[in-house]
Design a protein around this ligand. Sequence first.
Ligand code: ATP
Ligand code: MG
Length: 252
Amino acid sequence: MTEIPENHPRYFSLLTRERIVEGVNLGITSMQGLIAQGRGECFDYLLGEKTNAFAEKSETVAAAMLILAEKPIISVNGNTAALIPEQMIRLSGIVGAPLEVNLFHRTDERINRIINHLKDNGATEVLGEKGDEKLPLSHGRGTVDSDGIFSADVVVVPLEDGDRCETLVNMGKKVITIDLNPLSRTSRTATVSIVDNVVRALDGIANAALEMQDWDREQLEKLVESYDNKATLKKSLAAINENLRHMADEVL
Ligand code: ATP
Ligand code: MG
């Protein structure tokens, strides 16, 4: 990996980029994943490169939903495998949600590389190799495990594709997405959209889950029921507007 000086003003952003490039070099991230990361970085810039209050709220609601779930699961793709293997494994352990590798550009070779990469980072069991069920979708991301995403009631899908998110919601599942673009079809169709960078959001969900572990079901259900996803997306757009106004009026 290229050495990034720690005093560089964009240290964290550059480090994240290096991790994604490393993922491509290891054969776990697709070339298309680089483009997706670039689009995400642009929105992160507009959002102030921090976890905003509305995202923190979504992360707390996501945590409550995962604690309440009967059969939760976390979907892993080539970008998240490269960027946040430890954070996904940590969240998986805290809320009891297994990991399942699910790829848009699916090949058995890449699935196995990602499973091995997660195991090298400490995962004990990773689903996704079987691929014995199909979601009603034409591309590779429709292939899922019968005892994983197919039968789950709550699915965490960091960096989701819009069609697939909609398909999962239409199957009656609760879908938690993490997507820096509040305008994507994914953000607009998910049950809970976390408009935050995956490098921050997974720990946000995990820490919220730890804080709420002694709450009773009723309290958790109340929190989930009070959540309004559309209002969250509107708040994220308002934050972008505010940041742009601040830049134009006071920074330039
Ligand atoms: P949709 O199909 O939902 O409309 P899209 O086509 O706009 O989505 P894709 O290229 O399919 O987007 O997926 C990439 C999405 O992931 C982008 O919306 C991007 O903002 C988001 N993204 C990329 N990197 C990150 C990251 N590190 N954290 C959070 N979101 C990210
Ligand atoms: Mg897309």
